[in-house]
Design a protein around this ligand. Structure first.
Ligand code: NI
Length: 178
């Protein structure tokens, strides 16, 4: 396994849509499984609750989710070609972060309940109904598959202001890191 470098906001790959993974490739080649293992290791190292392929400079439609910091029974898992097939009517505001935006946390409103269709890492079709932090992580990561970022949910003027502030503080941090 290997740790992968995280791609930060400003890199164009974060705006690119992912490419569907052919289920036969999953069964016949080890490369997607290796990518999944490396992404899980990278997500854990960075204390993330989710990670999308674009964030490690790849365009396969694959995401990792790990809500074990909220639910001790949860295990990290991978979803291949994930899609939201149903959302509930109720919406909730939850604070989100993103490994591609270190130290930026935003209150974002999204549906409280989602149903996701995907393949598991073995290539088997699965459906997942989720609420709470799991529903939130799934929506955030599935957005990455389309090149959508959490900042896109903020009013443009507020977004401009917040990003400017964020970029100034991340430059200051880089300088102090040497
Ligand atoms: Ni993210």
């Amino acid at each position: 396994m290997a740790l992968l470098p995280i791609v930060y906001y400003g890199d164009r790959i974060l705006r690119k849509a992912g490419k569907r993974i052919d289920p036969t490739d999953l069964k016949e080649s080890a490369s997607i499984k290796k990518l999944a293992h490396d992404m899980i290791e990278t997500m854990r190292e960075n204390n993330g609750i989710g990670l999308a392929a674009q964030q490690v400079n790849r365009l396969e439609r694959i995401i990792m989710i790990d809500v074990s910091s909220f639910d001790e029974n949860a295990e990290p898992f991978a979803l291949i070609n994930p899609e939201i097939v149903k959302v509930g009517k109720e919406k909730v505001v939850i604070q989100e972060g993103c490994l591609s935006f270190p130290d930026l946390y935003l209150d974002i409103e999204r549906p409280a309940l989602v149903t996701v269709a995907a393949l598991d890492i073995e290539g088997n079709p699965m459906t997942l109904e989720a609420d709470g932090i799991l529903a939130r992580a799934l929506q955030h990561e599935i957005d990455h598959m389309k090149g959508t970022l959490f900042i896109d949910y903020i009013h443009p003027l507020k977004r401009k202001f917040l990003l400017k502030k964020w970029q100034v503080s991340s430059n200051a941090r880089k300088k102090s890191d040497g």
